[in-house]
Design a protein around this ligand. Sequence first.
Ligand code: SF4
Length: 476
Amino acid sequence: MSKRETVTVPQEEIAKQREYIHLLKESGLGKIKRYSISTFGCQMNENDSERLAGMLCDMGYSEAQNESESDLIIYNTCCVRENAELKVYGHLGALKHLKRNNPELLIAVCGCMMQQQEVVDHIKKKYRHVDLIFGTHNLYKFPELLYNASVTNGMIVDIWESVGLVAEGMPIARKFGVKALVTAMYGCNNFCSYCIVPYVRGRERSRSVEDIVGEVTALAENGYKEVMLLGQNVNSYGLDLGGGLTFAKLLKEVNKVKGIERIRFMTSHPKDLSDELIEALMDLDKVCEHLHLPIQSGSTKVLQEMNRKYTKEQYLSLIDKIKSKNPDISLTTDIIVGFPGESDADFQDTLDVLEKVRFDSAFTFLYSKRTGTPAAKREEQVSEEVKKERFEKLLEVQNRISKEINDQLLGSELEVLVEGLSKNSMETYTGRTRTNKIVNFKGTGDMVGRLVRVRIDRIQTWSLEGVVIEQVPYYA
Ligand code: SF4
């Protein structure tokens, strides 16, 4: 059974923080504290930021419109790509003048970047105006850390090595009113040779079925209709808990929650995608017909060097199996272009996979060296010029396929969960199909959070447009 330890956010720490806010008000500053959080990276980080926001709301903070009116600025960082790291440094540098104008301003930096000692050393040296640095493993201690940062003049640094914790009972402030992110498990055991995640997020730790179902039930009671179950590799959910628990079994339990209409999940590692999960995708009515299955490269040689533990042929036969069970499923993927040693022939293999699988869409990335990973030490790095050329080619092929797949939807009637107003519009609403396609249409405010049937009358590469025909009754 599980060897993990569950830690609950100490409520007295939140009470301590409220006390501190009260003290500040009493001492004459007399204004509501405002925070802003900038989140970099993946949905796990988004979910962590929702937890930080939840704690801050419980402390009496409210969200600021922008950084310049904030009393507390937090950067929740990502170290998966160099660009995201450089952006954080750029932002931190720009905060210097805000801090000079407002010495009461607190600046905190957390997330994956902070789990790297060289990053922390760099910030300590170059960005001395930062007040608080913490990592991914002690997020639940944020109230205590913020309190300490508030009463101390110097910089507080608290980074933990992974010790296998799962923190439950933290308050959370959700970003969306219709769909919610729910972490199913933390960490990763896979050590893909290009990836820093296992080093900064630690080994796999699954939350219990009861805790996840409890969270989903509370979401349904608060009107949420869709949940996205998150993990770096949800396909190995439950292995650390023992007792034959699997992700498919978790899905079956979440599928029973009344009021939830749709269940999504990400990310799935191809090597761990079981027949049981493929069946669950087909059988469970609320589990959407969409699978994000990162291939990363179409070349078996590159896949081996990436330590992905499957071949091109194995991936393709997995896709055949999925499609034979569920022909209408939408498939999406991640692809890295320019992994060290990737030859033209290897790249052609990737294009070949695109043509054979015909993904609905692909998230494509230029390979970026991550210090501390095996791939970063390899000598045969691909030049930026070649990477960019291949990237453009990849986009061209994938965009054509995406458009061709979407073209087939012209005139069809699709079920859409309405999420809200489309950006920059007062009457165009937006939502997603079960296959995760964005659909825009003329609608009304009362449709938000409801399922509607939309007839598609215009196709774009990345979205669809249509007309609402009817509202759809709920399943449960
Ligand atoms: S499965 Fe591979 S790419 Fe995904 S988080 Fe784990 S190590 Fe990184």
